[in-house]
Design a protein around this ligand. Structure first.
Ligand SMILES: Cc1cc2nc3c(=O)[nH]c(=O)nc-3n(C[C@H](O)[C@H](O)[C@H](O)COP(=O)(O)OP(=O)(O)OC[C@H]3O[C@@H](n4cnc5c(N)ncnc54)[C@H](O)[C@@H]3O)c2cc1C
Length: 834
């Protein structure tokens, strides 16, 4: 066995095999894959092999699309037939809401070039007469996907990998990792059979590797322990059953009927496909338990759990309803295996938190579908530094250190159960909540706050009525304007006309200080550094010149910086920042990086009356001028006292009105809140949630991370040249410039339907039907009284007045590109003196 390689891939399931293949295909030699048992002996062997396109995430849709296209090429390359049956995929809808879900999904599919068709119930019946269709609303049909043999496709990728020089070693288990500072020393043991179990023998070795990728499936918890990190990938039981041949199906096929597409009755929570004249039924039932929370026992190899028929009775009965002929057929086989999940159902692909050259590819629940694309995009990241699509939504660091085993297990059970729920874009899932709460949580709740969860934090989305029923928010969800919409509109108007308070405690906050801090920050971010007491909006770039993080930087002192970034991304931002500081310390001088997120609460007060609100509380020798433009100009930071609370006040407002962010010691939060409520009463202070804020920031064309800002676009493509100082050198500058402008960020106002706004994933067209871009944000503008959105278009179309069309709910609606910041473009309201 080789003892030194460039890349060691651990795990010989579909995912690990694809990664090894793609690393070789991207030109890396010396790639080795280790598998503790046989290839495919993990979850891969018992997968049903379905390759569904349908996915609400942009990145995952690209990944699935890559796989489906790639698997079709494998036979020509390797001579092995991967058993891909391109039978298509029919996703049925029993309700109008479900059709709305498909219409929303279709927007993502459209922007990723995924083919689909719409079918009416009678069209379904005409093509597949065995199906009962009278209670259906319709269906979306993907003609180009289907199902594959999971073992065969893995073997074909393994052959392709070997042909490209990859070494594959079976029956070797990784038992430990040690980073030497330059490479990984990986301890491995030869595995042997003992009493039916697979156990390590005394034959051991050490392999050194420049890079390691873990793709260990159900063994992710053991991998996490070995690496000393947290990986929220824990399997859940998933079963499917195979029936005896169905005489009606056999006759239908004998008479020339084509194979049924993979059938999905999402409302009934199952998939069904043909299998040798019978049916495979795969339910996503309630109460499927998490397994192996602390690791897979040695005794569990390519094993299965016992079938739990009672748990899937409801789904079984509904299959009989949909395919009446299946009532008479008996069961032939059953599978109940571990299927890995993560709290949001998406895999963890990318650099491991805190570690160098360690890459994770864990937590795949649709791993056969995702393997091809995961291999390709991870290989792009490892070989070229970045993938062509933004992989942030799949990054392993999206879960912070606050995450525990119990959280992961319970959330993963929920993610499993939610596979077929209506994927409302305004959905908030209930498990493991509340968990991370600001001290004012109960006060907010008493005032009707309806919370969303961001990075584990409870954050008000909007304030409904204080008397609202417990499940008010659930009923308020919609693919159109939900029951919350009027609340958000009133909140947005309050900020435009009066004063509102937004709880932004979940913001990520880092302190960067020390002798090397200024030189480091100058190199790490692309805007010129602010002077002491001032603030700047700036970006840290990737090595490929795209946007890695957006920061509001406050310069507290010559060598001390307070960095504020999006609340959802604390682990993701912190990891990049810390690693970059470590890299430059020796050269630039000591740089200390502290995550102070949980030490500081943040209230944002905004609106024309916000100065009056703070003026009522501020303590100062000259309270009349302390908040004036002269003493406290826009884009500056001051330590002020509000009542008895020392506040780091920052004069910015993400809503585009006069406003301040009040960063305060978290332990004084309730006191500050109570004082603000008292002082706000006579001013009509309104509590405002994240949804209204999201609308308001679009009226100002403020880009949001994870939407307009991400690793697939540079700050120049985001059309933010005013925040890029080209006169200095900074990380990613040359790469950013080399990228040019492939597409450009714009804001659009839309004459849309009266009952819906865009969600930020819709395709943009020219009047002649040419697709020219996509939205990345959407909402409603109270200032303009119509729908608003932000997104990317062909650079030549990024000019104010350009007419476009937006596809929403299946129809095209007129839109027009606005000037940047259509609301108050001169910033006169933000600068308002007093
Ligand atoms: C009943 C069922 C049906 C499913 N149906 C579908 C479907 O239709 N479509 C779909 O896309 N997905 C399906 N899945 C999910 C799919 O099986 C998984 O997502 C996929 O197999 C994951 O592949 P993987 O390579 O990540 O993990 P695995 O296949 O589990 O591979 C991980 C490998 O890593 C090895 N390993 C672990 N630790 C070590 C170590 N320390 N050293 C060396 N080797 C190690 C293991 O032995 C294992 O072979 C289904 C799952 C189940 C349970």
């Amino acid at each position: 066995m080789k003892t030194h390689v460039k890349a060691l891939v651990v795990g010989g399931g579909a995912v690990g095999t694809s990664i090894a293949y793609h690393l070789a295909r991207h030109g890396w030699d010396e790639v080795m894959l280790l598998e503790r048992d046989e290839l495919t002996s993990g979850s891969t062997w018992h997968a049903a092999g379905l390759l569904p396109y349908f996915n609400m995430s942009y990145a995952t849709t690209h990944i699935h699309d890559y796989s489906i296209r790639f698997y079709k090429t494998l036979e020509a390359e390797t001579g092995l037939n991967a058993g891909f049956s391109v039978v298509g995929n029919l996703r049925m809808a029993q309700s109008k809401a479900r059709m709305d879900e498909y219409l929303l999904y279709a927007t993502t599919a459209e922007t990723c070039d995924v083919p689909f068709e719409w079918l009416t119930p009678s069209e379904i019946k005409a093509r597949w007469p065995l199906l009962r269709t009278e209670d259906l609303e319709g269906a979306i049909y993907h003609p180009t996907d289907g199902y594959i043999n999971p073992a065969d496709v893995t073997m074909a990728m393994a052959k392709g990998a070997r042909q490209r020089g990859v070494t594959i070693e079976r029956k070797w288990q990784v038992d430990g990792y040690e980073w030497t500072g330059a490479e990984w020393r990986v301890s491995v043991s030869k595995m042997v059979e003992k009493g039916g179990n697979l156990v390590p023998s005394e034959e051991t070795a050490v392999i050194t590797a420049e890079h390691v990728v873990t793709a260990t499936g159900n063994h992710a918890q053991r991998t996490a322990r070995m690496l000393g990190i947290k990986i929220p990938a824990i399997p859940v039981e998933h079963q499917y059953i195979v029936t005896e041949p169905d005489p009606a199906l056999v006759a239908y096929r004998r008479e020339g009927g084509g194979e049924h597409p993979v059938l999905r009755d999402a409302d009934a929570k199952w998939y069904v496909r043909e299998e040798r004249g019978g049916w495979i039924l795969g339910p996503y039932e309630r109460n499927a338990p998490a397994r192996f929370e602390y690791g897979v026992p040695d005794s569990f190899r390519a094993d299965l759990f016992p079938l739990d028929l009672e748990r899937i009775e409801e789904e079984y009965m509904s299959m009989i309803h949909r395919i009446p002929s299946s009532e008479e057929v008996g069961l032939k086989d059953d599978y109940n295996g571990p299927i890995c999940y993560t709290p949001d159902g998406n895999p963890l692909i990318g650099p491991a938190p805190g570690l160098r050259n360690m890459w994770l590819a864990e937590g795949f629940s649709f791993g056969i579908t995702a393997a091809g694309g995961a291999g390709e995009y991870l290989a792009q990241m490892m070989v070229a530094g970045e993938a062509e699509i933004d992989m942030a939504s799949l990054d392993p660091k999206r879960y912070g250190d606050w995450m525990t085993t119990d959280y992961a297990a319970r959330k993963n059970e929920e993610a499993y159960e939610h596979v077929y729920i209506l994927h409302h874009p305004d959905e908030e899932r209930p498990a493991c909540r509340p968990l991370r709460t600001a001290p004012v949580y109960d006060r907010q709740k008493a005032r009707g706050a309806q919370f969303g969860q961001v990075n584990g934090w409870e954050r008000p989305n909007y304030y409904g009525s204080a008397e609202a029923e417990e499940d008010f928010d659930h009923a308020a969800r919609s693919f159109r304007r939900g029951g919350w919409w009027d609340y958000a509109r009133t909140e947005a108007e309050a900020i435009r006309n009066g004063v509102g308070l937004i709880d932004a405690t979940a913001f990520t906050k880092h302190l960067v200080k020390g002798p090397g801090a200024a030189a480091f920050m100058d190199w790490f971010t692309c805007n010129r550094l602010p002077k002491t007491g001032r603030i700047n909006l700036t970006y840290a770039l990737t090595g490929a010149g795209t946007t890695r993080t957006e920061y509001t930087v406050v310069r507290l002192a010559e060598d001390s910086f307070y960095l504020v970034s999006a609340g959802a991304w604390t682990g993701y931002d912190g990891d990049y920042l810390r690693k970059a500081a470590e890299d430059r310390r020796e050269e630039l001088g000591w740089i200390e990086v502290q995550d102070v997120t949980t030490q500081w609460g943040v209230f944002a007060v905004a609106g024309p009356k916000s100065r009056d609100l703070l003026g009522a509380l501020v303590k100062d020798a000259d309270p009349a001028t302390v908040l004036s433009n002269k003493r406290f100009p826009w884009l500056s930071c001051r330590d002020i006292e509000l009542g008895m609370v020392p506040v780091r006040a920052i004069r910015v407002a993400y809503t585009g009105e006069l406003g301040w962010e009040l960063h305060h010691p978290i332990e004084m939060q309730t006191h500050l809140w109570d004082r603000l409520m008292e002082a706000g009463e006579p001013l009509g202070l309104k509590l405002v949630g994240a949804r209204a804020q999201n609308w308001l920031r679009q009226e100002k064309s403020y880009r949001a991370f994870g939407h307009e800002l991400g690793r697939d676009a540079t700050p120049l493509e985001a059309d933010l040249p005013r925040f890029v100082d080209l006169s200095k050198e900074f990380h990613g500058k040359a790469e950013m410039q080399a990228k040019g402008i492939r597409s450009r960020c714009v804001t659009v106002l839309i004459d849309g339907p009266s009952d819906a706004d865009p969600w930020g994933r819709e395709a943009l067209y020219l009047g002649d039907g040419t697709r020219v871009g996509r939205l990345t944000s959407g909402g409603y503008s109270v200032a303009f009284g119509k729908s608003i959105g932000m997104g990317y278009v062909r650079p030549d179309l990024a000019k104010a007045g350009q007419a476009l069309q937006v596809r929403m709910l299946g129809q095209l609606w007129d839109a027009v590109v606005t000037e940047d910041s259509p609301y108050d473009p001169e910033n006169a309201r933000i600068r308002q003196d007093g």
